[in-house]
Design a protein around this ligand. Sequence first.
Ligand code: NZQ
Ligand code: ZN
Length: 387
Amino acid sequence: MKYDFTFYNPTKIYFGKTAFKNLKTELKNYGPNILFMYGKGSIKRSGLYDKIMNVLNSCHKNVTILEGVMPNPTYAKVLEGAKLVRENHIDLILAVGGGSVIDCAKGISAASYAKEDPWERYYIRGEKINTKLVPIGSILTMVGTGSEMNGGSVITNEEKKLKKGHVYESANYPKFSILNPELTFTVPVYQMKSGIFDIFSHLMEQYFSGDDDNVSDYLIEGLMRSLIHSSKEAIKNPKNYEARSNIMWCATMALNTLVKESKTEDWQVHSIEHQLGAYTDCAHGMGLAAISIPYYKLIYKYGLKKFARFATNVWGISPADKSDNELALLGIEALKNYIKECGMVTSIKELGATEEMLPLIANSVDLGGGYHNLTREEVLEILKECF
Ligand code: NZQ
Ligand code: ZN
């Protein structure tokens, strides 16, 4: 393990079919005022809203509602929630939904008692928390982002046409998260696939960087293989509990900081997708699926050995009689076939991008990379390639 690190993750996870019963126990740890926040209505249709209200009422909580958190949550929504927190002296934010609701909750927690503009401090300058936070508990209904056990918060500033992620310190992770795979059965298949590719991308963003002998890379390969297997089962039968529960836990482990320890990371596919999202409001994982193939085709030669290892250890391609270059390309081809077989999106035009948007997106992407630092011209090339 080349680089020293501190590993600490304070989120308590309740996992499985009976996980929901722990909500009542957890609520006893917090004061009476709850901000119950959720998305655009799926929890009302599924009946989860009523179940949660029953628990909140039985615990004699004063409930303030923040509804309508949108996919790709906006900074305006963060400020709306922060105002509710201050006005109602909120003791706990209960975030129920997918990554968007939980990311928004973290933004609200940090913005409620902020001494300066939280957008500038956290999402632009990436600074540490300097404010009182409001604890968060989450009930996850859509799998992919890992937001249930990390500090990630990705917020869209509509006025500035920027979608920016900030990783908060552990003080702003959810205190507890309830993960019942059955709650994800109602997720539309398109969203389920988007979440699956999001997980895959998180694993690749951490894998394709650094070439030390590191236990993290072996963990990532195992998670990728499990995800490939379970995702095919889940697409065949979305109500397959075994597959959905494996995917759910895989998503959490893929981005709860465990598999990045002592590694450098990439995150360039995410960086491009975030600006694609700022312009098109597309489903995050589908944007990643479209961008990934042209991106990896462009950078694989800078990390040739790792891409060859990916082909063998993840996709089971025999290295016999093949050069590293041949193997690496076969690995990317296997990834491309997987994306097609799963029915994920391969063109950003399909996600709402127009030709006029491409230079605007390329010019606003945060540049970086793992094996190779992209130039703006290369970002534009990638966008044209998957247009
Ligand atoms: O709003 P509702 O009606 O609830 O519908 C949602 C939404 O339309 C629906 N949904 C969720 N659970 C459902 C359900 N529909 C039926 N049944 C259920 N059980 O699914 C749609 C998408 O939800 P959303 O929360 O937007 O999806 P996801 O979890 O993929 O979150 C995406 C956001 O997370 C950010 C993305 O950029 C994007 O803004 N990310 C957060 C990260 C983090 N915190 O670490 C990392 C990721 O890389 C990512 O950037
Ligand atoms: Zn992601």
